[in-house]
Design a protein around this ligand. Structure first.
Ligand code: ADP
Length: 413
């Protein structure tokens, strides 16, 4: 059985509000709940004066309560993220519990790449472009406070499934207990309102900050909710850059482990400027197996490298078709992207099959269903996505280490 909003809310009626004296629900501290499958996120409004130890205590009580009652009802809680905000909506503390681990059999390491246990000083694939420092951050780019890793998902051309991969990476990472944001910067065809099932939800702004939508365990913001979808704008470079900067910097993201950015397709001015706006941990390039798509992907890889942005890996989407019976059919000649990645010396993160389910779940705004494995084809899709996410986690950790953001800790006992 999956967790539900009502279930989590009812559990929180048993947790006292340390400031107002009632329980977290009747005191009004509980602002928002999102629950899906075995993971949930909640947002509590408490004054910062309460102090972090008290907030942490509240978080622990809330977690204990939710897991206890869930277990009693035969439910499981794999991940619970509790965000504390002040009256103005500013995040003052985040507590995370649990994290889902991918099934071992679904995981194969990224190819063309040394294993995470043996980081490669100056290994092939991460050679700097002559004249550029390997970890150089584009001049004028910004870090986002509280956001640990920013990963851009790009593609040499439209229609290869870039947005679908960006969304599934975000949801998959969140299912493992990471705090994840998704920024839909694809100004040419923002598909996230549909893929996330945002429907008639309105974009909220509190104290001058855009409030992300809390859906499917992630925080999402999309340019599609800020422009009239039926009247496409003609974007000019500076205008697109300004809008993107605003989305990235004026959104109340809170603390995030990963911010996934869906870039516009191509290597034109707009994609280029957006990729330069933020201090990226790295980029993921999506392509399909066909030769023409690969040529475009080579250009996209070149764009990131020229900007001094590390390419964390290539994903081959629509690699092969999986029928309802779970059998696969190589309709496009699978494996081309892997060969291309090898040639370019960048990691190959994995291949995602074409499945009816992925298309249907995208159209119905239900991406978490891609991770439900009730049918043979569902299992193939889930395993492919889990494998991709495992490899992305490893490559991100390596990239952070290389750029000095995250140093390994040596414990001597
Ligand atoms: P892009 O962002 O590259 O333009 P999208 O992610 O919007 O591409 O995908 C285009 C269409 O293809 C969407 O309808 C999407 O549901 C579908 N699609 C993408 N990847 C797959 C896949 N692996 N299996 C089935 N349909 C897919």
């Amino acid at each position: 059985m999956s967790l539900s909003k009502d279930f989590v809310t009812s559990c929180l009626t048993g947790v006292p509000d340390p400031v107002r004296g009632k329980d977290l629900v009747s005191s009004g501290a509980l602002q928002w709940v999102s629950a899906c499958d075995t993971y949930a996120s909640i947002r509590l409004c408490l004054p910062p004066e309460a102090g972090k130890p008290v907030l942490q205590q509240v978080a622990q009580l809330a977690h204990a309560k939710v897991t206890q009652i869930a277990q009693r009802n035969g439910n499981q809680v794999d991940s619970l993220i509790i965000e504390f905000v002040d009256d103005a909506g500013t995040v003052i503390h985040t507590a995370r519990f649990g994290g889902m681990v991918a099934p071992a059999q679904a995981t194969e390491p990224a190819r063309n790449q040394p294993t995470p246990s043996a980081p490669p000083p100056g290994s092939a694939g991460h050679e700097p472009i002559p004249g550029l420092q390997k970890s150089a951050k584009p001049a004028g780019s910004h870090a986002l406070p509280g956001v640990r890793n920013i990963i851009a998902v790009g593609a040499g051309k439209g229609g290869v499934g870039k947005s679908s991969i960006a969304l599934n990476l975000a949801v998959g990472l969140a299912r493992r207990g990471h705090a994840v944001g998704l920024l839909d910067g694809d100004i040419y065809g923002p598909s996230m309102p549909t893929m996330l099932g945002l429907g008639a939800l309105e974009q909220a702004v509190i104290a001058g900050r855009l409030q992300p939508f809390y859906v499917h365990g992630i925080k999402a913001i999309t340019i599609g909710k800020l422009v009239d979808a039926d009247r496409p704008l003609i974007w000019r470079g500076p205008m697109a850059h300004g809008a993107f900067k605003q989305l990235a910097e004026q959104t109340a993201w809170g603390e995030l482990d990963y911010l996934i950015i869906d870039l516009p397709p191509g290597t034109g001015d707009i994609a280029l400027t957006m990729a330069q706006t933020l201090q990226l941990t790295g980029a993921v390039v999506v392509c399909t197996p066909q030769k023409v798509a690969q040529d475009d992907a080579v250009r996209a890889t070149g764009m990131f490298r020229q900007l001094g942005i590390e390419v964390l890996g290539v994903v081959e989407n629509m690699s092969y078709f999986v029928g309802d019976d779970g059998k696969s059919y190589d309709i496009f000649g699978r494996g081309g992207a892997e060969v291309m990645a090898q040639r370019l010396g960048v990691p190959f993160l994995g291949a995602v099959p074409i499945t009816m389910a992925l298309r249907e779940n995208s159209d119905s705004g239900n991406p978490t269903a891609n991770f439900d494995a009730e049918t043979p084809s569902g299992t193939r899709l889930r395993d492919a996505l889990e494998n991709l996410i495992t490899n992305l986690e490893s490559q991100t950790a390596l990239a952070s280490m290389r750029s000095g953001a995250q140093k390994p800790v040596l414990t001597i006992s």
